[in-house]
Design a protein. Structure first.
Length: 197
């Protein structure tokens, strides 16, 4: 019947011993404007048959999902594709925060950040609260979307997640944003937009 208990899956944030780990830069850092801090993480998605992985890149101040990708492997390429799309659509943040997973500590991922002059921040060892915005988002996406559906395939997951992320960014009010939607907060706190007004 495909019945499965809801429980935390094995850790996806395994560091690579040869990769550089960067310090956490957000302690006592006021994050009030869009594009000051972005964050990213990977989560596990169960499907009717098998599983896949989801990476999302979010703007910290507005909680807006800037880009995302689904993959059946944990290689770095789907994280890089999401990063490149976010930069192409929204410019660059001052700081990019992730956990210490090998996808985010790889030279190919951090190299893109360095090329764009983005400061790199990484959670402390075992400190999930250091990336609390995206950790809370995973709870939302899982309980409001993923756990309610048994995706038949990766293409089905992409189709349904596209609808969810559109609704999340453009229609769903957030208590943490004073009941505003992420799109409104993002565009109203973006420094270049505020300066032009």
């Amino acid at each position: 019947m495909g019945i499965e208990a809801i429980y935390r899956k094995p850790r996806l944030s395994r560091p690579h011993p040869g990769h550089t780990v960067y310090p956490y830069l957000l302690r006592n850092y006021a994050i009030t404007e869009a594009n000051s801090v972005w964050c990213a993480d990977i989560t596990y998605i169960t499907m009717a048959r098998g599983f896949c992985y989801l990476v999302a890149i979010m703007d910290w101040a507005s909680m807006k999902v800037l880009s995302w990708r689904v993959s059946n492997t944990l290689d770095t390429s789907f994280c890089i594709a999401a990063l490149e799309e976010a930069i192409m659509k929204y410019g660059t943040p001052d700081i990019f925060n992730t956990d210490r997973g090998s996808q985010f500590t790889s030279d190919s991922f951090t190299g893109i950040l360095k090329t764009h002059g983005i400061r790199i921040s990484m959670d402390g060892n075992g400190r999930w609260r250091d990336n609390i915005v995206i950790e809370r988002f995973w709870k939302t996406v899982k309980y409001e979307e993923i756990y309610l559906k048994a995706y038949e395939s990766i293409s089905h997951a992409k189709k349904e997640l596209t609808k969810f992320f559109d609704r999340y960014n453009t229609q769903r009010p957030h208590q943490g944003l004073n009941d505003r939607i992420p799109d409104d907060v993002y565009w109203s706190t973006l420094p270049n937009v505020k300066d032009a007004v």
